[in-house]
Design a binder for this molecule. Sequence first.
Ligand code: RIB
Length: 296
Amino acid sequence: MAPRIVVAGSANMDLVGLAERLPRPGETVLGDDFLMMPGGKGANQAIAATRAGGHTCFLGAIGSDSFGVSLNAQLNGAGVDMTHVRTTYGVSGVAVIMVDRAGENSILVAPGANNAFTGLTEAEKATIADGDVLLCQQEIPVETVIEAARAARAGGTRFVLNAAPARELPPELLEHVDLLVVNEVEALSITGGDDIDVPALLALVPRVVLTLGGAGSRYADRDGRDEHVPSYRVQVTDTTAAGDAFTAALAVAWGEGRDLVEAVRWANAAGAACVRKVGASNSLPTRAEIDEIYRG
Ligand code: RIB
C-alpha cells in the first residue's frame, strides 16, 4: 500500500529569470529568459511525494489571487489530496528566482498567504496523526511547524523536517524531529562554527541526512551509522527543487519501510532526475524516472 505522506508547508508562484550569471548586489544583468511556474518547498514536496508513489495530503494556505488559481490547479492536477488546503484573501506566496547557466540559483521568497497558515484545525491535526510520515520545511510560521510536529508525535507519525531555508530551530521543534534533512549551509546555521559537525546535529535529533550537492549525501544516526551515499552523474540544467525531490523521495521510501541508507540512495536518484530540467514543480520526477537512474 502507498505510504500516507502529509506535507504541511508553503506554496509559491515562482518567477524565474535565467541568465549567464547571477547579478552581484547593485548590479543589473541582461538575462536569457523568464518563466513563471508553481513552486514553494511544501507544494513541491507534496507533488514530488505523489509522483514518487506516496498518497500525499497537502496542508497549507494559498491566496485568493490569480497565482493561487494556478497553484491549486498544479497541485490538484498532480493528484495531491487538497481537502484541507485553506484559501486566504489576498496574495499567494511568491518566489523570485535567478538561475545561471551552470544551473545554480538564488531565491527570495515573499511568503504572502503562507504566513497566514497558523492555528491548525482539529481536522488538520487528525490528518497528520493518520499519516505514516509528516514532512515540513521552514517557509511557514515556525509555530505551525511545532503544532504539526506535536500532532505527529501524538499520532505516532514519523516527522521529517527539511530545515530549508535556514532559520532558527527552537528546542520545542527539534525535540519532535525523527529525521532532519539539511544541506551544508543549513547544517552550519544550526550548529554554528565553520565546519560541518554531525555529532552536534545528532545531539539535537536522532537521525540526520546531510545533502552535499554533486557529492551526494551523508546519513548518520544515534545508533552509530555514518555513511556517505554518492550521487549520480547527470547533466545539470537547474538545481531548483532538487532538495524537494530528494526529501520527498526519502519520506516516501522511509514510509515504505526501506532501510534509511537505501532510502537516501533512492532519494539521490530523485534529486539527480530533477536537476536535468528547468523549474520547480514541473521538474519533479516520477517513480519510474527515479527508478531508472537508481538502477543505472
Ligand atoms: O526549493 C525550491 C523552492 O524554493 C522554489 O519552488 C521556491 O518557491 C522556493 O520556495
